[in-house]
Design a protein around this ligand. Structure first.
Ligand SMILES: [Zn+2]
Length: 304
């Protein structure tokens, strides 16, 4: 079985005491039935995979950074991209500063707030941030809203990628109205130098994700998570099918490996890495194609 000599995980959620506080604040503002649905979906999902839930007291950023270094070392991962689910720049910046050769940070915020264009510029110039993660379904905005354009101008200017969660979400409070990846169509055209990444093969919108990537060369797909959304696919679909169809349609240069790891004690999701390496070997990909998916494509985006 071929395993690329260097592997970069392009998709890990940074969870710290600071992001946990931001999450509690958000949940405290929601209807209690939604909060119940939120916790219910999380526990069902973890139970279905026989996984232990997240620890209740998430430690400070220094402890989390030490843990992730140990996890990446143990799994043989050279570098990894981390992003918080909530606007928590202090923890993000402290985290990446603790190991800049191993941790790559993408920031997140409400992109419809024009002041964030300036904050992004600062975080890139002074904090070493290398990308932007957006959650339209949590923030109730369309990714192609004109109000986001000043932020996208900064992404174009600084050469940083934008990864946007579209489609089904483990977060039951997210609104699918803002989750159609076709919202990328106009901005992929309008900001042709920005690399736009659709995670989890479109999370249910696989057809749309492939259509966008066929239409625009600056659209990429990521492989991250168990992709157990395939259980809702209208025709029986496996994760191997997702790889095969994407590679047939796009080749290996716009597919990016990620695990969607997030919390402890689970830590790095070795099982996702092993599953995806096995799929690529079963599909008889060449070493060069696997190097693209597991390392080179994301390196070209964050370092290039
Ligand atoms: Zn994720």
């Amino acid at each position: 079985m071929y395993r690329p000599a260097t592997i970069t995980d392009s998709h890990i959620h940074l969870s710290t005491a600071g992001t946990a506080r931001a999450r509690r604040t958000r949940l405290s503002q929601l209807d209690e039935r939604l909060v119940e649905a939120y916790h219910g979906r999380w526990s069902r999902s973890l139970a279905s995979r026989d996984e232990q839930g997240p620890e209740t007291d998430v430690p400070d950023v220094e402890t989390v950074a030490r843990r992730w270094l140990a996890e990446l070392d143990a799994a043989g991962i050279d570098r990894a991209v981390f992003f918080p689910a909530y606007d928590a720049p202090d923890d993000l910046l402290a985290f990446i500063a603790s190991a800049p050769d191993r941790f790559v940070g993408y920031t997140t915020f409400d992109p419809t707030n024009r002041e964030n264009a300036h904050r992004l510029q600062q975080q890139v110039d002074e904090g070493g941030v290398r990308g932007l993660k957006l959650y339209p379904m949590a923030g109730h905005f369309h990714a192609d809203d004109d109000a986001c354009f000043p932020v996208y101008e900064v992404c174009a200017d600084k050469g940083i990628p934008v990864i946007i969660h579209f489609g089904i979400s483990i977060d039951a409070t997210h609104d699918l109205r803002y989750g159609n990846p076709l919202d990328l169509s106009h901005i992929a055209l309008r900001f042709p130098s920005v690399r736009w990444i659709i995670p989890h093969f479109g999370t249910g919108f696989f057809r749309e994700a492939l259509m966008l990537a066929a239409q625009y060369q600056n659209v990429y797909l990521d492989t991250s998570s168990s992709n157990n959304w395939v259980q809702y696919a209208p025709v029986p679909t496996t994760v191997a099918d997702l790889f095969r169809r994407t590679l047939d349609a796009l080749g290996s240069e716009r597919l990016i490996f990620g695990t969607d790891s997030s919390f402890f004690p689970r830590g790095f999701r070795t099982n996702i890495l092993e599953q995806q390496l096995a799929i690529c070997n079963d599909l008889n990909l060449s070493p060069a194609e696997m190097d693209n998916i597991f390392n080179d494509n994301i390196r070209r985006i964050i370092d290039g």
